[in-house]
Write a protein that binds this ligand. Structure first.
Ligand code: ATP
Ligand code: MG
Length: 287
């Protein structure tokens, strides 16, 4: 059975029935990330199926945030509800036609400044919205930092003390905002993957994007980006600063807590090692 949300009301659409993933369906997969696989559902929808394990709370969270951002009128896929399937749970979304911004960047590497500027404008547009109905970004970060087994207790405590001094913020934040989570449709860019969207400080959201642009391991097909990432990051920040008077220091203050929290993500070991040495180096300046 599928639940559907239409701003505030909930109704059930029994006619959509149950979704059964058969052997051959794997071939039809249209996208995947670290946590989920995306399959078509009819002509105009997709189902985001979470891999393995019990993802009940993550799915509830992504569903709630996706409903909220649709309600706020942002360029996001419409969300139709949750599908409960044999052994797997998914979320139904509007199917967006168009490549990820990363793919477009690989096709037009001469236009990176324009992509960076689009990225900054979209991010700024998100930050104009209040996030009052969402979970706290600082609480999310604290929880992730406490969960990681990579940090010595003293370092972890110093990072959390530093985080506690940072501003709470009341803005909508995506918290995983990067070019692979933007789909370039004919109607304009669409922001997907709101799994950890929260209420917080734009500076933190920007710092997270900047961290990913600088440090994240690149997936196959993205090798072209390696020599260009420093310039792209600089252009993205410059374009954002033109729209909002945030200072570099405000953004830098979030770097260590974000790097520490990212140690808990499913990322390659060499990236974790880089993050860890950054945290250990920077934490010395807090004491
Ligand atoms: N609404 C949609 N319409 C069309 N394609 C989509 C849609 N949502 C996701 N996709 C495709 O599936 C891919 C993975 O989606 P998504 O980013 O939501 O998964 P994820 O597992 O949460 O990713 P991450 O690795 O960032 O955690 C996207 O890059 C895109 O290609
Ligand atoms: Mg994604």
């Amino acid at each position: 059975m599928v639940e559907s949300s239409m701003v505030g009301t909930r109704k059930v659409i029994p006619s959509l029935g149950l979704f059964h993933l058969k052997k051959g369906d794997r071939k039809k997969m249209i996208g995947q990330g670290n946590t989920a696989e995306i399959y078509p559902w009819g002509d105009h929808r997709v189902v985001k199926l979470f891999r393995g394990g019990n993802h009940f709370s993550s799915i509830q969270r992504e569903l709630a945030v996706s409903r909220e951002v649709e309600f706020l009128g942002l360029p996001v896929p419409k969300v139709y509800g949750r599908a409960q399937l044999r052994g797997r749970t998914g979320i139904l979304y509007e199917r967006i036609t168009g490549p990820a911004m990363t793919l477009e960047m690989s096709r037009h590497p001469d236009q990176l400044d324009s992509f960076a500027s689009t990225l900054a404008q979209l991010h700024h547009q998100i930050h104009q919205k209040e996030g009052s109905r969402l979970d706290s970004q600082k609480e999310d970060l604290k929880r992730e930092i406490r969960k990681t087994d990579r940090l010595p207790v003293k370092t972890r405590d110093a990072v959390i003390r530093h985080l506690e001094r940072l501003p709470e913020g009341d803005r909508l934040c995506h918290c995983d905002f990067h070019p692979d989570n933007i789909l370039m449709s004919a109607e304009g860019p669409v922001v997907i993957d709101w799994m950890i969207g929260s209420r917080g400080a734009p500076a933190a959201d920007i710092a997270r994007t900047a961290l990913i642009l600088r440090d994240a391991s690149l997936p196959p097909g993205m090798e072209f980006f390696q020599p260009l990432r420093t310039e792209f990051r600089r252009e993205y920040l410059k374009a954002y600063f033109r729209l909002s008077p945030l200072s570099k220091e405000e953004i830098k203050a979030w770097e260590v807590p974000l790097a520490a929290a990212r140690l808990n993500e499913k990322i390659p070991e060499d990236e974790k090692a880089r993050l860890l040495s950054r945290v250990e180096r920077e934490v010395e300046t807090f004491r």
